[in-house]
Design a protein around this ligand. Structure first.
Ligand code: AMP
Length: 431
């Protein structure tokens, strides 16, 4: 017989993992509530043109792109921001600002599968649209901190930079946007030598190359020292200088509110092309891949035909948060409701067992009913194996008096309970 294997890069989530994924989603939804974000659900399939417009070469080349049966060039979404920007440029264009939106779901990238890198992965994605103020950037970072804290992660740290600093320098040197994108993508991959030679070939001055060489080495966790160093370096580059000031404003706001572990990195770039301002990622010591990534993107909505609309957002990688929690031996534990098992003593009582199960469920008590036709002793063994705390045994004699047997599996005790009092009895015993 033919058996089927899973497609490379895809995963099954077995109950425990599925539960953990949903739990992190719940935490993200709770954070959304606490910060005033409303959930929207956008399609997995979008037009290729939309998704390819500004995602950057790295992601663009790895899209699951295909023609649908109607001949449309489409792709599975590799990220949420393009869909959100599409909505803000069209259907939601007249919504009052700020708009705070949450998306949760699966994304698809043909990445090389490895630890923490999958071809189908999950994100919670927060976007704050309509504000260019540093308070907005600060909010996105603070809510990311809240989420990381609320799932129980320890020792996580933010890596922060500002794409406006590097772009400010490169623009002054006359580099076209395309060349800038390619240089920044190389920097994102820490291929600084290649990035510098690209910038050189594109006509940048020696002075600029020396500056960039210095810039990519400026980093540290004493953020106000790093900011000063950056300011000194880019004194002659107006836009870059303003970018450093913007970064300083955001970090000052945050530092007054929360004590975060931050490394500021002047040479930090991110793969996505649409960023215009602050950029950041979250790391834990146990993994060398980012758990979350975000930043400001002030021109994307306009590029998609909307009004000029500043925006800032973040995507939290749920799979990687799960992995980090497992590495830290602090996986979220599901406080699952205890299930009751209902066992008829003979086949003739199957219907009664179903009826009693329905009565309990209507009272909000989770019930698993015996469906394997097993004898009571065998079914009890199974209940034991599953850690089921209570079993309801439906027998002829008790039933004739409108009652059943309620068994406490741990104490190995049982008593007769009237059916109309059963739900109450179980509830009192369970608590
Ligand atoms: P990006 O959209 O590339 O900024 O990614 C945002 C976050 O999504 C990352 O920090 C990761 O946590 C997660 N992520 C991106 N690509 C993958 C992948 N192939 N597998 C698992 N998680 C991913």
């Amino acid at each position: 017989m033919k058996t089927f294997k899973m497609v490379r890069g895809m995963r099954d989530f077995l109950p425990e993992e599925a539960e953990m994924l949903r739990l992190i989603e719940d935490k993200a939804r709770r954070i959304a509530q606490l910060y005033g974000y409303k959930e929207i659900i956008t399609p997995v399939v979008e037009s290729y043109g939309l998704l390819a417009a500004k995602t950057g070469e790295e992601v663009r080349a790895r899209m699951y792109a295909f023609k649908d049966l109607g001949g449309r060039k489409v792709a599975l979404r590799p990220e949420f921001t393009a869909s959100v920007a599409r909505l803000v440029a069209t259907t939601m264009r007249n919504e009052p600002k700020p708009l705070r939106l949450l998306c949760i779901g699966s994304l698809y990238r043909y990445d090389e599968p490895q630890k923490g890198r999958f071809r189908e992965f999950w994100q919670s994605n927060f976007e704050l649209i309509g504000s260019e103020k540093p308070e907005a950037d600060a909010e996105i970072i603070l809510l990311t901190n809240s989420l990381m804290k609320s799932v129980g992660l320890k020792n996580y740290a933010f890596k922060i930079g500002h794409i406006g600093v590097l772009r400010g320098i490169l623009s002054r040197e006359g580099l076209a946007e395309d060349a800038q994108n390619r240089a920044l993508q190389l920097m994102d991959k820490k291929q600084y030598e290649d990035a510098l030679s690209l910038v050189k070939d594109a006509g940048a001055s020696e002075k600029c190359l020396t500056l960039l060489q210095k810039m990519v080495k400026v980093r540290g966790s004493n953020i106000f020292n790093v900011l000063n160093e950056m300011k000194k370096l880019v004194e002659k580059y107006k836009e870059a200088y303003e970018a450093v000031n913007n970064l300083a404003e955001i970090l000052e706001l945050i530092s007054e509110v929360q004590k975060l572990d931050i490394t500021l990195d002047a040479g930090f770039a991110r793969g996505l092309e649409y960023y215009t301002g602050i950029i950041f990622e979250v790391y834990v010591p146990e993994l060398d891949i980012a758990l979350a990534g975000g930043g400001r993107y002030d021109r994307l909505v306009e590029l998609f035909g909307g009004e000029p609309t500043p925006a800032v957002g973040v995507a939290h990688g749920i799979d990687r948060i799960m992995l980090a929690l497992q590495e830290q031996k602090a996986p979220l534990k599901f406080q699952g409701e205890k299930t009751v098992m209902v066992i008829p003593v003979s086949e003739a009582l199957n219907q009664e067992a179903l009826r009693i199960s329905e009565i309990l469920r209507a009272e909000g008590i989770p019930v698993e009913v015996e469906v394997m036709g097993r004898k009571v002793a065998k079914a009890l063994e199974d209940a034991n194996r599953r850690g089921t705390p209570y079993v309801v045994i439906v027998g002829e004699r008790e039933l004739s008096e409108g009652a059943v047997t309620l068994r406490n599996m741990e104490k190995k005790e049982q008593r007769t309970v009237k059916i109309e009092e059963l739900a109450k009895a179980i509830r009192t015993e369970l608590h």
